[in-house]
Design a protein around this ligand. Structure first.
Ligand code: AMP
Length: 220
């Protein structure tokens, strides 16, 4: 399956993408994770992206599209992938369509995770992430680790993303509304979008997502 996950920051895209990718046996491709890996490795791309990411703004399309294309061209993505955080504007969606067309493949679905705005801010401000594996995610109130600052799964150090503070979240939400939301309409015209409520327990949302994708596939 080739899937795009859309939703505001804090919708749980990363958490759901990790679980869905495992269930569907496809790689989870997160452009945010790819940028963060470049930053921690000190690459030129990382240097160029860092200040924009810290400000909650988008990295220019050209570099982002090239990075995503390189990742999708890897052998593990040949039979499917779950995109998280890409495309993030209509220009990137058009570019992705072009890349897939060139490769003779198509998207199977776009899963839109819906969350009320005040819940988004609450989730992000309390979010803590494992340095070893960005898929291990906690919340200081609703999902605290057993020992403060330490990952239950692997013992890694937990940290707060530099763009997860409340003022940065507001900027990222604004960017989401103006830049990213229009891609939902873009994909609706292709009949690809399924919207699900991303509220409730993590496993309930995963279940909802899997059912929505199956239904979408059966109808498609
Ligand atoms: P995320 O981890 O998806 O929340 O992404 C974190 C940050 O990385 C975003 O706020 C952007 O600065 C940058 N980023 C990630 N994906 C993209 C993209 N597709 N286009 C532009 N910037 C991106």
């Amino acid at each position: 399956m080739r899937i795009v996950l859309v939703g505001p920051p804090g919708a749980g895209k990363g958490t759901q993408a990790t679980l869905l990718a495992k269930t569907l046996s496809i790689p989870h491709v997160s452009t945010g994770d790819l940028f963060r890996a470049n930053i921690s490795q000190g690459t030129e791309l990382g240097l160029a992206a860092k200040s924009l990411m810290d400000a909650g703004k988008l990295v220019p399309d050209e570099v982002t599209i090239e990075m995503a294309k390189d990742r999708l061209a890897q052998p593990d993505a040949a039979h499917g992938f779950l995109l998280d955080g890409f495309p993030r504007n209509v220009a990137q969606s058009v570019a992705l369509d072009g890349i897939l067309k060139e490769w003779g493949i198509e998207l199977d679905g776009v899963l839109d995770l819906e969350v009320p705005e005040d819940e988004v801010v609450r989730r992000i401000a309390g979010r803590r992430i494992c340095r070893n594996d960005g898929g291990h995610v906690y919340h200081v109130e609703s999902h605290p680790p057993a020992a403060e600052g330490i990952c239950d799964v692997c013992g890694g150090e937990l940290y707060q993303r530099s763009d997860d503070t409340e003022d940065k979240v507001r900027t990222r939400l604004e960017v989401y509304h103006t830049e990213t939301e229009p891609i939902i309409e873009y994909y609706q015209k292709q009949g690809l979008v399924t919207t699900i409520a991303a509220l409730g327990r993590v496993d309930e949302v995963t279940q909802r997502a899997i059912e929505a994708l199956r239904k979408n596939k059966d109808e498609g």
